[in-house]
Design a protein around this ligand. Structure first.
Ligand code: PMV
Length: 320
């Protein structure tokens, strides 16, 4: 029988973009995110001492393309002299399309693999292991508002406010569901090597983190909205100015941003953020959720609208 863990994706309000050490996958900047509640990935790990290789099934299909990253993560968690594993993954939202499925997947994988091998590891250790596979995955080990600090040799992640203390809502407008053209890891390296704005991005990040931290501490929605949109657009400006340019948006992405801006100007408590994909995540006050869903559902090119609250970190799923 396998061991299953569940983790939710997280949405960065102050973004991670760029690696300080690509071998150890250490981020070049700190970041602040919110962990979602209603979207999730479940990962089941089952050891098979007879088998000579690992296998991966994603939403019912064999997934050889994603297998090498999963194998590397299992080696990190369990050491290379381990039994081979059958890994089964299922998500209740579109994967590899900028909805942070790699964060929920690797967070769930490290929890399930450690438990399946009988290892007792702290959340901080599991976060470091998840972060090696996908920088943002480290944040999905924790719930609520989460900060990843980048000042140490290893990363340091912790929850800075419970979701219940400021129950914001997230409305994700899905504008395309195919896999992204360039992985975030590759795109970060392109930005580091060629974007004229990269150095400035790194330099300004501590200021943006401090502003967001202050806004979260006193639940100042307007202040958080303004710094989160600024930080998101700055990250995408770094990408757009890279050579070759990295552009994840489509026309519906831009139309959604415009719709969110108009809502905001009419007094609705909402702001947008966009990651390495064309989806727009609108973060809003609970009373404004219905209005935001209504408006984004009607934007041309929006295929689906998903809503979520703020949830808890990765955990084991009790076996039946
Ligand atoms: O964790 P990765 O390697 O998929 O990178 C994620 C980068 C962004 O989603 C664009 C920003 C972030 O902080 O999550």
């Amino acid at each position: 029988m396998g061991v299953t863990a569940r983790a939710q994706p997280n949405i960065a309000l102050i973004k991670y973009w760029g690696k300080r050490d690509s071998n150890r996958n250490l981020p070049a900047v700190g970041s602040i995110s919110i962990t979602l509640l209603d979207l999730y990935t479940e990962m089941c790990v089952e050891f098979d001492s007879e088998s000579g290789h690992d296998t991966l099934t994603v939403n019912g299909d064999d997934s050889p393309a994603l297998l090498p990253r999963v194998v590397r993560c299992l080696d990190d968690v369990l050491g290379e002299n381990r039994s081979r594993a059958r890994v089964t993954s299922s998500s209740n939202f579109p994967i590899a399309a900028g909805l942070a499925s790699s964060a929920s997947s690797f967070a769930a994988l490290v929890v399930a693999a450690s438990a399946a091998a009988g290892h007792e590891r702290s959340t901080a250790e599991l976060a470091c292991l998840a972060g090696r596979a996908s920088g943002s995955a480290a944040r999905s080990l924790y719930g609520g508002f989460v900060e990843l600090q980048n000042e140490n040799e290893a990363i340091l992640v912790d929850s800075i406010l419970d979701g219940d203390a400021w129950p914001l809502r997230v409305v994700a407008a899905v504008t395309a569901t195919e896999a992204k053209p360039v992985s975030s890891g590759e795109a970060m390296e392109i930005s580091r090597k060629s974007s004229p704005f990269y150095a400035r991005w790194i330099e300004e990040q501590p200021m943006d983190l401090a502003t967001a931290r202050d806004a979260i501490a006193v639940r100042d929605f307007g202040k958080l909205a303004s710094i989160a949109e600024h930080n998101c657009l700055k990250m995408h400006s770094v990408m757009w100015a890279s050579r070759p340019p990295v552009v994840y948006w489509n026309s519906a992405t831009v139309a959604c941003m415009q719709a969110v801006r108009e809502l905001h100007e009419s007094g609705v408590g909402v702001f947008f953020t966009i990651d390495a994909g064309p989806q727009v995540k609108a973060v809003c006050l609970p009373d404004d959720e219905a209005r935001v869903v209504d408006v984004l559902s009607q934007v041309a090119g929006v295929e689906q609208v998903l809503v979520s609250g703020i949830g808890t970190g990765a955990e084991l799923v009790a076996s039946e």
